[in-house]
Design a protein around this ligand. Structure first.
Ligand code: PLP
Length: 369
């Protein structure tokens, strides 16, 4: 098994922190030559966390390695988590929990409808999630209570998997990147751009880059409403990560992060979480044409749009290395639902999502399966 940089650097954590291998690590790094030529910046790089698993990748797998290990250690048979109706986190949890014999209950809230939302709902069902739609906070709370009553020992996973434990996955990710830099696979980036949703990715990367002695600035591109991404809570999450790590290994320095350490751009969200933006669509299209890499419109396309805008507005960054952290899964599972799909199996409360068929290729398919 490949070495896990977090435990190599801080052996005390290895003894105490629940963790199991689910991801294919290290994820590759590559230079974005074609994109670079197109936008006139010849030092663009990508960290391909889209390839973090050949079952279902993206940024959630790194978090789930800690979270699901903890659920198993506590003897839970079920996990519960939350998100929008198109949540990637909910799908990743369902798929990886199932590998370990754990069942997943999802409590989902409204977000703008897209083909991706429909696909993820069908895939949630395909992989055995118990799906609940919560049109209000009260309904969400009642559904949660019902899930706990029915299933007994249920493990709670916060939205996006951004518990302190889950966010350790991105401290490790930054240490992994440092090893790749030391191995000469890429230069140390001056900037890393990553999506900022439930905060765990940014929090972990900020701490991990600091712990590994990198000078890199991590820029979070806000893709969710401010009450979700909350900058104070982001700082608190980083400081809680430091506390957790120091509890088990005093080699971890007593770092204290403040609001001044954050670099967040707020300009690429659009109307709301999950809303399609023009800049996002253009970035997605450009990335696909130049590099053949598929982004998503909710997170990674907005992040790429922010990075390209930054390069355009800051010619002084010249040839300085900039890294795009790809957090979107690239394993295409849509064949599973294109071939065999019946949205009637989803809860009645979610049937409104399928009034129009948004998934290309579904129209001609017999849905009688
Ligand atoms: C594809 C993708 N990128 C980025 C994020 C945001 O990461 P975080 O929730 O850790 O801020 C998510 C969260 O669901 C995601 O699905």
């Amino acid at each position: 098994m490949a070495k896990f940089p977090l435990f190599e650097k801080y052996a005390g954590l290895k003894k105490h922190v629940p963790w199991m291998s689910l991801a294919a690590l290290p994820t590759p790094v590559a230079k974005l030559d074609n994109l670079g030529k197109m936008v006139g910046h010849h030092n663009l790089w990508i960290k391909r966390d889209d390839k973090s698993s050949d079952i279902y990748g993206g940024n959630k797998v790194r978090k789930l390695e800690f979270i699901l290990a903890d659920a198993l250690r506590r003897g839970c048979k079920w996990v519960i988590t939350y998100g929008g109706i198109g949540t990637n986190h909910g799908l990743a949890t369902t798929i990886h929990a199932r590998r370990l014999g754990l069942k997943t209950a999802l409590v989902l809230i409204r977000q703008p409808l897209t083909d991706h939302v429909q696909e993820n709902l069908l895939l949630d069902h395909h992989f055995g999630a118990e799906i609940h739609y919560a049109p209000s906070n009260l309904r969400g709370a009642l559904q949660t209570a019902g899930i706990y009553l029915r299933h007994g020992k249920v493990y709670f996973i916060p939205p996006g998997g951004s518990s302190v434990l889950g966010s350790l996955g991105y401290v490790n990710a930054a240490l992994e990147l440092k090893k790749q830099i030391d191995d000469g696979l890429l230069p140390e980036p001056e900037y890393i751009f990553c999506a900022l949703g439930s905060k765990g990715t940014l929090a972990g990367l900020m701490l991990g880059t600091r712990l590994s002695g990198m000078k890199t600035k991590v820029v979070g591109v806000r893709v969710a409403m401010e009450w979700v991404t909350d900058t104070h809570k982001t700082v608190r999450l980083i400081n809680r990560l430091v506390s957790l790590m120091r509890k088990y290994d005093k080699e971890v320095p007593p770092l204290k992060f403040t609001m001044d350490d954050l670099m967040i751009t707020h300009d690429f969200l659009g109307a709301e979480y999950g809303a399609v933006t023009q800049e996002g669509e253009q970035a997605l299209d450009l990335m696909e044409r130049t590099e053949g890499i598929r982004l998503d419109l909710t997170y990674t396309a907005k992040t790429m749009a922010a990075m390209l805008d930054f390069i355009k507005k800051h010619p002084e960054v010249g040839k300085t290395p900039i890294l795009f952290w790809d957090t979107y899964n690239s394993v295409d599972l849509t064949d599973l639902i294109r071939k065999k799909h019946d949205h009637a199996v989803l809860p009645r409360t979610l049937q409104w999502c399928f009034q129009d068929n948004l998934i290309t290729g579904l129209k001609d398919i017999d849905t009688e399966f």
